[in-house]
Design a protein. Sequence first.
Length: 236
Amino acid sequence: MESISSKATIKLMVAGALDALQRNGQKAFIVSLHDALLKKKVRFPLLEYAAKEIIIAVPEAAHITITDRIIELREIGSQVLAGIILQERLTQDFDTAVNKACDYIQFGDQWYVCDIIGERVLGHALLTMPEKTIPLLAQLSGHEDKWIVRTVGVATHYAVKKGLDQQYVEPVFRILLSLSAATDFHTRKGIGWGAKTVAKFHPQLIARYQEQLASTATQQWFRTKVNIGLHYNRKK
């Protein structure tokens, strides 16, 4: 598989796709983007750069129809491009960005789709708009789809790792704790990831929840993730 490793090359590839868009419309744009970029080996930071180039050049009204088409390609890079485009829309149209992210996660039906989009949309939303996002995560924690529930943990991991203010970490941890009896493998992986990161960066918070953690209502897998996080903290 051909590899692309420079911003200059990415810029040229995106420019070619944008030219196809101007000349022949969205279908030609997607075909060009797919062939020139998404079928190649490209690191995520460069794909994120490509997404931002697209955002600048493509009219805002066309963003969602373009991300719909990109997601339908089912390439790993599709998730990165769509995730960043939706991330940039959070401040303008929070509900649509979040709803589309959830749609794409369910459509992808794979752990990596959940994690790539979950970090870039729900995680970024939690980091930058916590008061608006925490009630949303509480709502999503009861969703019937395992990938959407997993996303709650993915978003927590991302935001806490990136420096989520401590006052917002506790309510998010309580959401994770409410899911500590989950039995689905993929759900547990995401929720455990978030819990481990909270424990790594905020061990003093974990200390306040020892009684709940020791309760029979909390399964061992959740305690194990918390203990791993505490261990990482002691090694820092």
